[in-house]
Structure formats: structure tokens, C-alpha cells
Design a protein. Structure first.
Length: 196
């Protein structure tokens, strides 16, 4: 019997919907239960923004999160569990991201994702990055994120995206960030093998 396939399409960014943003460094974080508070002078983020946080010594504080309860120098986000301590050592970094819609692989045998990252008529001064998140449940704080592709700084250049999620993942999602000075477009399509 031939394999049965279905597909899902994720549009991550279209034009200026993924506006340019320069990475912020020197961020600190504390927690009260599963509510983390990030501190960075004049961070410029708004409630509902999606941000990539990296570099904290405790993994619960790293990942892609939704900004809440913003003030001039702080905002809150929800972590997966209370680690019992605050991060120490090297300060974290903050990037604004455009996040896709998760692809449900929980009933699939396998999946493959392909697409492209497209620069506009003026190339970004820093190449955009594409990140993939994998999780067993479709809950924001449960995803584990890693960079899988870097774009280019040349105007109009296209960078292909080609990725096979591991079978152990139930959900996969994509985000784009680090496109300094110019917006970029990205389109990702996932094919699911749902029967054999």
C-alpha cells in the first residue's frame, strides 16, 4: 500500500511584519515560581512580543517566550518550571523574533520541512537566523530551540531551508531573528508521513 501524506504550511514572516531588530545584551533575570522577570534598561518590548532569550545559566530561562507585564526596564515571561534559583554568571541576550505556527507531528511517522529565507532589495547588515523548536507538547515554555540556518547580507539573496525533525518530537516550530536594519521574508512548508 502506498504511503499516505498530508502537509501543513507555516508562513513565518511577510515583509515588514518581521521588522529589523538589533540584539540586546546584558540582560538579567529572576523568578517567582514560573514567572520570570527580565531586566534590561530601555528594552523597548511590548506585551505580546515574541522574544528569543539566550545565555542564561539555567535552561528554563532560555528559549522563545511571549512578553507580558512590560515596564520601561522589565517584562515578565512564563518558564516551564521553577528551577529553585535565579540564573548566575554571564548575562543573557534578547532578540525579537517572528514565530510560526507549530506543526503537529504527534500522529505522524516522519516529517520533512523545507522553505526559504528571502532578503529584500536592501540586504540586512547582520544575516538573519532561522531557529527550530521541538517539543512533546505544544506549550511555549516546553520547546527547546536551536539555530539551524543563517541567512545572508546580500540584497535579494535567498537561503534554502531543509530540515528533518527527529521522530521523537511531537511538535515543531520555526522562528526568524537577527535581521538587523532590514526586514526579511520566510516561508516554511512541512510534509507529514501519516500512514504506510
Amino acid at each position: 500500500m502506498p504511503a499516505t501524506k498530508s502537509s501543513a504550511t507555516t508562513i513565518i514572516a511577510r515583509g515588514t511584519s518581521n521588522a529589523a531588530f538589533t540584539q540586546l545584551t546584558g540582560c538579567s533575570a529572576t523568578r517567582s515560581g514560573t514567572t520570570a522577570t527580565l531586566t534590561k534598561t530601555s528594552h523597548g518590548r511590548s506585551n505580546g512580543d515574541k522574544v528569543l532569550l539566550q545565555g542564561f545559566s539555567l535552561e528554563e530561562f532560555n528559549g522563545i517566550f511571549t512578553v507580558a507585564n512590560t515596564a520601561a526596564n522589565t517584562f515578565d515571561y512564563t518558564i516551564s518550571q521553577d528551577p529553585g534559583a535565579n540564573p548566575s554568571g554571564t548575562p543573557g541576550t534578547l532578540d525579537l523574533v517572528t514565530l510560526g505556527t507549530a506543526m503537529d507531528m504527534s500522529t505522524a511517522y516522519a516529517a520533512h520541512v523545507f522553505g526559504q529565507l528571502q532578503n529584500g532589495t536592501t540586504g540586512p547588515t547582520v544575516a538573519a537566523q532561522v531557529w527550530v523548536g521541538l517539543s512533546q507538547v505544544d506549550t511555549e515554555s516546553a520547546y527547546r530551540w536551536q539555530a539551524i540556518s543563517g541567512g545572508a547580507t546580500t540584497a535579494n539573496e535567498m537561503t534554502p531551508i531543509n530540515y528533518s525533525p527527529p521522530q521523537s518530537a511531537a511538535f515543531v516550530n520555526f522562528a526568524v531573528c537577527r535581521n538587523t536594519a532590514q526586514a526579511v521574508d520566510i516561508r516554511v512548508t512541512g510534509g507529514l508521513l501519516t500512514g504506510v
